[in-house]
Each structure stands twice: as structure tokens, then as C-alpha cells.
Design a protein around this ligand. Structure first.
Ligand code: C5P
Length: 235
């Protein structure tokens, strides 16, 4: 298979159909823009299965995604898209960079859900941007596309909040990425996994996401395995 691109957590290979690519989930773990790095054997497999489950559920809710099918334990066949270089972050509860930037206590419920845009650029450390910044950087064609990103972010949040609630998890915040398919339609791409979400156990309050790795709080494999197990039980 011809490797087209290698990122921090995924490899993208050419597929037989020019409108499709193969996305492989790696075992590598990175945080703080690659400053902290490690590898956890089996993590790629867990995240591949978790993304597949979540993307299939979102498709049923009318949210278009790049997923075509799972090929093997770590690989997905996906629609080829031009990734929009904006990380869309949706937050329900204060944590992470929001707490740090605005001095909000971790765990504080926000009065309403907020959506933020970050410019996907490692050299600049993925800075927080507003709509004007996105426009002057030509990250999208027009402001309507930014509204579409926000709307999808909120719709995904509404669905996932309930979805995770059913399995005893609080969805604190998450990041999603979108791309444009061959017809120019905006669809959900990349992944939704405990690497890209904050998920807290409702009973114990324990963190079950990448913060375990970021702050050396515990075993991510155990947590991700538990999340996959619970997701498989969602009715
Ligand atoms: O670090 P911060 O609080 O801004 O992260 C918000 C959410 O977005 C978290 O769930 C985090 O895991 C996710 N995120 C991500 N990739 C990034 C930045 C944040 O998945 N590059």
C-alpha cells in the first residue's frame, strides 16, 4: 500500500478507488503538540473500533461521515476528503485549555455549550481563532461553512452526550475535524475516540480519556477497553 500521509496518530494509504483512502490507527500517543510521546500497544485497535461504532451511530442520526467500512482491526476504508484545517472543539464542562485560559474551575458546568475553532497548525501550536481569522487565512470558502461546522459540532454533541450518558459517562468536551468530499460536501472525518474527547465516569468521577496519559493519571488501555465494552452494550 502506498503511504500518502503520516500524522501523529494515523497513517493514510492510497486505496484502489481514487475517491477513497485507507486510514490506519497507530498505537502512538502524543500530547502537548507532540512534546510528550509514547506508544501503547493495542491503542490503535481500540480507537479504530470506537470510531467505527460512533461514526456508524452518527450516520444513523443524519450526520455524514467519511466512514465506508472497517477493513481490519486497525484500518478503515474512508472517503477521500480535503481536510478543513480547523479543529472544532465543543465544550459542556470546563476543563483543559479553557480552564487554563479563562481561570474556570475544572468540572464547572458551563451555562451553555460552547463551540470553539482552532487553526490546525503544529508550527503555531493550533491557536484559538474566530470567524474573521478563519476567513483571512482562507480556511473555508465563506462564513456559511463556519456555521455548518458549528451546527454539526452542536448536533454531534447533542447526540453523543445522550449516547455516553447511557453508558455512565459524562461528555465533558471533544474535538472533531471535517473535510470536503469530491462533491464539495462537508463531512465528518478523522476520529472520535477517548484521544479526542474528555469522558468522565459518572459514578466515580474518574477520567477515562487521554488526560490519563497527559497527566500520568492512570492506564489508558484499561480505560479505553472499558469504553469500548460499554459502547458495544448501547441499545
Ligand atoms: O486541550 P483542550 O482543553 O483545548 O481540548 C479540548 C478537547 O479537544 C479535549 O477533549 C481534547 O482531547 C481535544 N483535542 C484534541 N486534539 C487537539 C486538541 C484538543 O483531540 N489537538
Amino acid at each position: 500500500m502506498k503511504l500518502l500521509y503520516e500524522g501523529k496518530a494515523k497513517k493514510i494509504y492510497e486505496a484502489d478507488n481514487p475517491n477513497e483512502v485507507i486510514c490506519e490507527f497507530k498505537d502512538s500517543l502524543t500530547a502537548f503538540n507532540g512534546e510528550k510521546a509514547a506508544s501503547e500497544s493495542g491503542k490503535g485497535e481500540l480507537n479504530c473500533a470506537i470510531t467505527t461504532l460512533i461514526f456508524k451511530a452518527l450516520e444513523k442520526e443524519g450526520i455524514p461521515t467519511h466512514l465506508i467500512k472497517q477493513i481490519d482491526s486497525t484500518k478503515l476504508l474512508v472517503k477521500k476528503v480535503d481536510i478543513i484545517p480547523i479543529e472544532v472543539v465543543v465544550r459542556n464542562i470546563a476543563a483543559g485549555s479553557l480552564s487554563k485560559r479563562l481561570g474556570l474551575k475544572e468540572g464547572e458546568k458551563l451555562p451553555f455549550t460552547i463551540v470553539e475553532f482552532y487553526y490546525k497548525n503544529d508550527d503555531l501550536n493550533d491557536p484559538l481563532i474566530n470567524d474573521d481569522h478563519a476567513m483571512i487565512l482562507n480556511l473555508v470558502n465563506d462564513r456559511k461553512e463556519l456555521d455548518i461546522l458549528r451546527e454539526y459540532g452542536r448536533k454531534i454533541n447533542e447526540f453523543l452526550t445522550k449516547f455516553f450518558d447511557k453508558i455512565g459517562l459524562t461528555l465533558v468536551d471533544f474535538k472533531v475535524e471535517f473535510g470536503k468530499d469530491k462533491d464539495g460536501h462537508i463531512i465528518l472525518a478523522d476520529e472520535i475516540t477517548p484521544d479526542s474527547c474528555r469522558l468522565w465516569d459518572k459514578k466515580t468521577g474518574k477520567k477515562m480519556d487521554k488526560d490519563l496519559f497527559r497527566f500520568d493519571l492512570g492506564d489508558i488501555k484499561e480505560a479505553y477497553t472499558e469504553i469500548l465494552k460499554r459502547l458495544k452494550e448501547v441499545k
